[in-house]
Design a protein around this ligand. Structure first.
Ligand code: GLV
Ligand code: MG
Length: 347
């Protein structure tokens, strides 16, 4: 029996995965896990629309909203008494509504509730074919991710889905989760994104605020700067997309744009949208401008010419000296722009 995880970008996974691999060996079957959830891993997630799975009205509207990614929520947007019934509504919506090729995800309840395993089994067995990912909230340690990974593997086997078909999005929204974010980001080859949950995080930190994820005017600076940076570094070190959470003043698009620019400038890939209007703002904020996109191509052309035809490692580009590091920065812009659907202008 062999289990091989081809995750060149996540070498540290190996240590954590020893326990999981042994668990599979006892089953006596052969499981070969390659690159996980290939369809959705690199799709854009500039806007990630939250949709309560208990509401048929919101579910019906979700596919019409121009968001890169939609997640049907079984967690905090659903009242406790509605949670079990919302599973079937999520399955029905995934199977029967006219989704385009956007990333489609379900947020299940956290492992410290009684609902997680039931959520995962019902949703993946019922609608696993079109479902891209499960979002796991309040992740505190690598073990939380590994437990979900193991459960997904069994469901995929039983449902005839390719092993690794369902990806994982992990939410960091507790102090313990932030402390462990590095091991969490390396915990499974199924991980596609790491997400910051500012509202729960503010509660976990016992910050004296009543609205999470907005600017605190009394604070001299950005009270989340350290948190944003720490999550971003851990995510990038493991090849994940990195996403910011909700902005709760849903009627104030200017304030959203202003606040989202913080994580955009740090390098985040996107942010949650709570309304269609928020999705529109975020699609713009997290895309490069056409000018930046074209300039990135021009840098790549100039650098290629310098290195390949002139044998030089650095060259002047306008007023600026460019070298290999400039090529790397420009390549990131091109990737991000192409994800956002930009095309290079005709020159
Ligand atoms: C999102 O889940 C948050 O807690 O901000
Ligand atoms: Mg939360």
């Amino acid at each position: 029996m062999t289990i091989s995880y081809q995750t060149p970008k996540r070498v540290t996974v190996v240590g954590l995965w020893t326990g999981a691999a042994r668990a599979f060996e006892r089953s006596g079957s052969t499981v070969t896990i390659g690159r996980m959830s290939a369809r959705s891993r690199d799709l854009p997630r500039r806007s990630c629309l939250s949709t309560p799975a208990s509401s048929e009205r919101f579910l019906a509207k979700a596919p019409t909203v121009a968001a890169d990614m939609t997640f049907l929520d079984l967690e905090d947007a659903v009242a406790p008494g509605e949670k079990v019934g919302a599973r079937a509504k999520a399955v029905d919506a995934i199977k029967n509504l006219a989704w385009d090729d956007r990333v489609l995800c379900v947020r299940v309840n956290a492992w410290d509730t009684k609902w997680t395993y039931g959520d995962v089994i019902e949703v993946v067995s019922g609608a696993g074919e079109r479902l891209d990912e499960i979002m796991l909230p309040k992740v505190q340690s690598a073990a939380h991710v590994i437990a979900l990974d193991l459960l997904l593997t069994q469901i995929e086997e039983n449902c005839g889905l390719p092993i690794g078909h369902i990806g994982i999005e992990a939410q960091i929204e507790t102090t313990r989760g932030l402390i462990n974010v590095e091991e969490i980001c390396a915990a499974s080859p199924r991980l596609e994104t790491i997400i910051f949950g500012p509202a729960d995080f503010a509660a976990s930190m016992e910050m004296p605020v009543l609205t999470g994820g907005v600017q605190i005017p009394e604070y001299p600076g950005d009270h989340f700067h350290y948190v944003f940076s720490k999550i971003l570094m851990a995510g990038r070190a493991n090849g994940l997309q990195v996403i910011d959470g909700p902005f709760l003043y849903v009627r104030d698009s200017d304030a959203l744009r202003d606040f989202a620019m913080r994580t955009r400038m740090l390098g985040y890939d996107g942010k949650w949208a709570l309304t269609p209007d928020q999705a529109t703002v975020l699609n713009e904020v997290y895309s490069p401008t056409q000018e930046q996109f074209d300039r990135a191509f021009d840098i790549l052309d100039a650098y290629r010419h310098a290195t390949e035809e002139e044998g030089r490692g650095s060259v002047m580009f306008g007023d600026e000296m460019i070298d290999e590091a400039s090529r790397k920065m420009a390549t990131k812009f091109v990737t991000r722009g192409e994800r956002a659907g930009l095309r290079r202008s005709e020159s």
